[in-house]
Design a protein around this ligand. Structure first.
Ligand code: ADP
Ligand code: MG
Length: 398
């Protein structure tokens, strides 16, 4: 019989599970020493009382931008303290603070706690910012995920303008973004302010991911738990998909949980494979559950037909797994009938398809002439079995 004592007496294969969290900042950041050095060089004038150039850091998700910046910040604060220097650094996660007002409030709150209360106007906040900087303070404001800020042009304008109004001290901006296209969406004035210097983070290669995982496995698991081939596999899977170190670490973490649950002492390739399936399922589940109902019906139709196979593709020499837009619409109508819902018009159906494609759940291509006139060919992204398992519950139970 199961008992807590028995479970508690089992030795954990984890040594420190927090090390595997995406928020953990490891002491060493292999492959990012060059970037750390460069960012430090750019920001170092602040520690001499001069205003550094603004900086933009960009690169795909999971390339170490946030942890690199946090590492730089730790050293910056240490150095400023030892010099009794009036240089400060503020880290803002723009996913949480999404507007100019909230960001200014967040920064100034560190000086004037009462500002947290709502009701102070923007001009008041701005005056406070000028007051603080006029004391000779060099403020460096890090805006992580800066592309999320709603009124970014206004924010950048406000922060850079403050420099014209104060004689001593100043404000510099470090913006971090995952979006390579972000630059083009900015007003010219904002762009030239922000991009005084820029730094690109490239995706990790398989061997680099291996090293990163080895380092974390050493800190996160008991010695000898993680097999080398399991690490290599997790790195290979990740580099094939995206090169996102966060994904690689999630695989390792999940593989550990699976091994632990099975009462195993080791993590092998098999646990990494299961972890990959589990992570994929979780991501699919998250994406699908966020969809409005009618989009879910369309996706259900696509998954269903993908399993049974297109009626036409064999006849018309189209790639396996490709569906015709028309047959998907008919299947969508059938699914709606089954759930006693009214299917929407073909025009709406095309909108739903568009949404699904934006979320990466399907891929569509025009068929070109010749095949059933001109139509759209549709292929499902995630595994259709997973999709059906999730959607059956959402759409047809109850
Ligand atoms: P980004 O901000 O570019 O999306 P993060 O800095 O959040 O990426 O990194 C994602 C995860 O990968 C974090 O857990 C981080 O510790 C880890 N990581 C990224 N780069 C490295 C590296 N060079 N060495 C060790 N860990 C890394
Ligand atoms: Mg980040």
């Amino acid at each position: 019989m199961a008992s807590f004592d028995q479970i508690l007496s089992q030795k954990s294969i984890f040594r420190d599970v927090t090390v595997l969290s995406p928020h953990y900042v490891p002491k060493e950041l292999p492959f990012r020493e060059g970037q750390i050095h460069e960012i430090m060089s750019i920001l170092s004038p602040a520690l001499r009382g001069q205003k550094p150039r603004n900086l933009i850091i960009y690169g795909p998700s999971g390339t170490g931008k946030t942890c690199t910046m946090k590492r730089v910040m730790e050293d910056f604060i240490l150095s400023a303290k030892s010099k009794e220097n009036k240089a400060t650094m503020h880290y803002i996660n723009c996913r949480i603070y999404t507007s100019r007002y909230r960001i200014l409030q967040r920064v100034l709150k560190e000086y004037i706690p009462e500002l947290e209360k709502a009701g102070f106007g923007l001009p008041f906040l701005y005056e406070k910012l000028l007051e603080i900087a006029s004391n000779g303070e060099q403020m460096t404001i890090i805006l992580d995920e800066v592309d999320v800020v709603k009124d970014l042009d206004d924010l950048v304008y406000t922060l850079t303008r403050s420099n014209d109004e104060i004689k001593r001290g100043g404000v510099s901006i470090v913006g971090i973004s995952n979006k390579l296209s972000f630059k083009d969406s900015l007003e010219t004035r904002t762009r030239s302010s922000l991009y005084e210097s820029e730094l690109i983070f490239h995706s990790y290669q398989s061997e680099q991911l291996q090293k990163i995982l080895e380092q974390r496995a050493k800190e996160g698991f008991e010695p000898g738990v993680v097999e080398q081939s399991a690490i290599n596999l997790a790195a290979a899977i990740t580099s094939q998909e995206s090169g996102d170190a966060r994904y690689a670490l999630t695989l390792l973490h999940k593989a550990g949980e699976i091994a632990q649950q099975k009462g195993m002492k080791k993590i092998t390739d098999a646990e990494v494979e299961s972890a990959r399936k589990k992570v994929e399922m979780d991501l699919t589940l998250e994406a699908i559950n966020a969809l409005p109902e009618m989009n879910q019906f369309v996706l259900y139709a696509i998954a269903n037909l993908s399993l049974s196979g297109s009626k036409y593709s064999r006849l018309e020499g189209v790639d396996n797994g490709m569906l015709f837009s028309g047959e998907v619409y008919e299947e969508y109508e059938r699914a709606c009938r089954k759930a006693r819902k009214r299917a929407r018009s073909a025009r709406w159906y095309r909108e739903y398809l568009n949404d699904l494609e934006t979320l990466g759940l399907v891929v569509t291509t025009p068929s070109g002439r010749g095949i059933r006139g001109q139509t759209t060919l549709i292929r499902i992204g995630p595994s259709p079995e997973n999709v059906i398992e999730i959607l059956k519950k959402n759409l047809f139970s109850g």
